[in-house]
Design a protein around this ligand. Structure first.
Ligand code: HEC
Ligand SMILES: [Cu+2]
Length: 361
């Protein structure tokens, strides 16, 4: 109520459109100053960052924006002054011919302009190069590597511990990283060009078939950061998202150890789960892997610990039993064009398979 009255007081007397314009800077300031909680609903917001990379890039963004605005204003003002002065000179007798050439006092402006532009351009080029050098490699060596494979329209992630090859595993669409530690990311594509982007942590890195691109991530605060494919890659490009969970180092170590475990064997008494596993291996195992079973497919996400994930189909749906059933029954309705076909699963089959999947914790 009081804020409204304040806004009214400031803009009172101005015509409507100008009143709206007058409020624009306040809106922009409010966006930048938005508290973290309010920004949770705008996960692609990249001006507030939570990691070593973004923290040095964002000041450069503001610097370049400030310089651009300053140049536009300075040039506009000088043009207006020039026009005003030009009119005054022309106000001579009719038919008078103005001399063309180096009028006195013009050259210092040109030299001054050249020097000022050169200083600004060299200064900002140096700043840009310094930032690029800083974000190229993390300050400390990365503890491990995640090999991310982009494909239409999801992300496969292979965790690799260079010191211990037996600690390797594969998951999809939800990455976990330890807070405050740089993580090395290797990017490859299985089909077309994608782009790996976690706005709050890092800029974009293209994911190109036949080429390995590298980047790294570091989060300085616990949280969930949204990632998104940032290079148009076909029908479901917008649904090719992922999540990065920055965990406390202990939680992260626990998570990794848990992911290494194979899927639990169905208990002898759990008939429906055992039936579901059988049907899963038969109907789904050509495309999906569940470690500990003979399902070893690689065309779709590894489902060994499906229930540890908060979302399915590259953050298209929340991972609830309802959405899971809906997805298995009709993936093409949920994500038209997705590389998982409709499989004409019968009602009883669906019940068994979904009951089995619910045990993949
Ligand atoms: C022809 C290959 C293929 C078959 C067969 C197949 N899937 Fe999929 N599945 C995929 C692909 C590809 C995706 C990723 C789709 C996307 O996100 O765009 C997927 C995604 C999923 C997901 C979401 C996983 C995640 O983490 O996002 C689940 C769950 C799933 N499939 C279950 C099943 C079940 C159950 C069956 C058997 C009834 C099955 N799929 C059969 C290819 C297949
Ligand atoms: Cu894409």
């Amino acid at each position: 109520m009081s804020a409204r009255r304040g806004a009214w007081r400031v803009t009172r007397g101005l015509p409507r459109r100008r009143a709206r314009l007058a409020r624009l800077p306040a809106t922009a300031v409010a966006m930048v100053a938005l508290p973290a909680a309010a920004r949770a609903g705008t996960p692609m917001y990249y001006l507030k960052t939570f990691g070593a990379k973004g923290n040095v890039s964002v000041p450069l963004l503001w610097g370049l924006l400030g310089l651009s605005v300053f140049v536009i204003l300075a040039v506009s003002i000088l043009v207006v002054i020039g026009i005003a002065r030009g009119r005054r000179v022309r106000a001579g007798p009719p038919g008078m011919i103005l001399p063309v050439g180096r009028s006195s006092g013009a050259m210092p402006w040109i030299y001054g302009g050249l020097v000022a532009s050169a200083v600004a351009l060299i200064g900002f080029a140096s700043w840009t190069i310094a930032v690029m050098a800083t974000i190229d490699q993390p300050g400390r060596p990365a503890a491990f590597t995640i090999e991310v494979t982009g494909q239409q329209w999801w992300w496969q992630a292979r965790y690799v511990d260079p010191k211990n090859p037996s600690r390797e595993f594969v998951t999809a669409n939800e990455l976990h990283i330890p807070v405050g530690k740089p993580v090395h990311i290797k990017l490859v594509s299985r089909d077309v060009i994608h782009s790996f982007w976690v706005p709050a942590l890092s800029g974009k890195t293209d994911v190109i078939p036949g080429q390995v691109n590298e980047t790294w991530l570091e989060a300085d605060r616990k949280g969930v950061y949204r990632g998104q494919c940032a290079e148009y890659c076909g029908a479901q490009h917008a649904h090719m998202a992922f999540r990065v969970f920055a965990d406390a180092p202990d939680d992260f170590a626990k998570w990794w150890n848990h992911e290494l475990q194979p899927a639990p064997q169905p208990a002898a008494s759990a008939k429906l789960v055992a039936l579901g596993e059988q049907q899963f291996v038969l109907r789904c195992g050509a495309c999906h892997a569940v470690r500990g079973t003979s399902a070893g497919g690689d065309r779709g996400p590894d489902l060994t610990h499906l229930m540890d994930r908060t979302s399915i189909a590259a953050v298209t749906l929340p991972n609830t039993i309802g959405h899971l059933s809906g997805w298995i029954a009709d993936p093409q309705q949920n994500k038209p064009g997705a590389k998982m076909p409709n499989l004409d699963i019968s009602g009883p089959e669906l019940t068994a398979i979904r009951t089995y999947l619910a045990t993949l914790k």
